[in-house]
Design a protein around this ligand. Sequence first.
Ligand code: ATP
Length: 578
Amino acid sequence: MSEGERLTELAKRRGFYFPSSSAYGGAAGFWTYGPQGAALKSNIEDAWRDRYVVKEGHQEISAPDIMPEPVFEASGHLDGFDDMIVECGECGATHRADHLVEDNTDIEEAESLPNEEVMDLIADHGIECPSCHTSLADQPVDNFNLMFETNIGPGSSSPGYLRPETAQGIFVEFPQLSEYARNQLPFGVAQIGKAYRNEISPRKSLVRVREFTQAELEHFIDPEEDEPPLAEVEDVTLPLYSAAAQESEDGGMQELTVREAVDQGIVESEWVAYYLGVSTEWYERVGVDMDRFRYRQHLAGERAHYASDCWDAESEVDGDWIEITGFAYRGDYDLSKHAEHSGEDYTVFKQYDEPITVERATVDPDMSYLGPEFGGDAGAVADALEALAERNPDAFDDDEVTVEVDGESHTVPVEETNFSVDEVTENGEHIRPHVVEPSFGVGRIIYTVLAHAYETDEVDGEERTYLDLPPEQAPTTVGVFPLMDKDGMAELASDIADDLRAAGLSVTYDDSGAIGRRYRRQDEVGTPYCVTIDYESLEDGEVTVRERDTTEQKRLPIDGLADRLERLATGDLTFDDL
Ligand code: ATP
């Protein structure tokens, strides 16, 4: 069984996640998180919120999942959010063409290739339809838009789309959000929410699904002035797989500190480097095995046209690298597009420390001259003169000035423009912030964390499976078991479970089956500590506490138990310290 298969088996059996709507045959790409999975997901989201919102001092919002068409016209998703599709001429199954190439050749990022080249590669390598094994040579490779379309209200006059990323819900509201931030850059807005993509071929359980949770941060900065607090993470080591290394024959991964990566120009943007540093610590915190982790830089053809520096955090499972987070310096692309399409103001007024005096060239054209001279074009000529004065005041040095309106040249005597250069005092200027974005896929992180936590060993001559999840992430922190359901043990165990819950710990109470079986059940869902109440406990007020990874056991007093377990879970105390 592959790592992925045994994980999916455990996930289903123990209630982490399973395919949705299977009573009706299901629908590929939709998964339900069961009780363990939902608890793990919520712990990971809380850890993300703690690091990227609370610790960074950012704000969190919650925008709708459905947004009207103009939003996606502006963002470019309507025209360009496509994947390459190829349809089998025999059985009609559709496949992601670039993935077929990656699965059947040494090429790693076929997404960055043009459609025609992918079509040629399919033919050259004799790639067949995975469903019916008919050759896919000569089948066209087309673009397929991944957005789910719907109608807002009755009828079809108001199309809407399920958002393919949570980010647009932040960008589109920038004018409001900026006001809440008192128009002071830099500020960050985060969102944890659903995103929807009508993936051509969902696969690998949570890795490629059609409905998933993203945790995204849009950090708005003044590109001229704002700098990240790089010193806080400058010594963090980054496993980097640069574009140059990917393109060279013998290039491999490099381990560089954040500071070295910036100084050597490997990571171009200090802001991106800052978030790579922050995130390295965060992945470790939530249980990613850092020996199976890297940051891969986008190749030139793979990078979105607006993004200047892009890195993906990737984890390894079953020998494949999975993108779990995208880090991008998006410049002012998103805000400019929404400004252009909506006509609203997507800038911030940047106040100068001191007012400055500047020379400003202006015109005040004489319309009684322009009107008779240029007829219907007079207004446009006046606007063109105004723009020219701002752009190139020297053009007004001669007796006449020429402007173009709709490809036609119009010449105006300078004296009719009332051109003048005046000194004006300015208190500030309108600037368009740039955006730095870390974009996390929560499901892929859960998949990684579970795959990396999966361990087997031998206990009492039997093979044991356990998840070595960090206590902070484990769905349950403590399992409480009465040895037997008699002589007051169950009552005492139940009181202890209540006390632990009251102290804020996540507790599972289990009184069924042999103690060994109960331990195994908790091991398989990653519960770090179990407490057993036995006959002696009734006498001496002590219980057995067992640690998951070592299976070591210690007797501890019930008095102060909650405090000790809490300190163990937060890493304040180790089991050896007890
Ligand atoms: P891919 O190339 O794998 O399709 P992407 O580059 O399109 O991913 P982004 O648009 O950068 O992904 O989305 C940010 C994050 O959202 C990804 O790093 C990933 O964790 C998650 N994500 C994207 N698509 C999916 C999906 N279909 N299923 C699960 N998670 C996804």
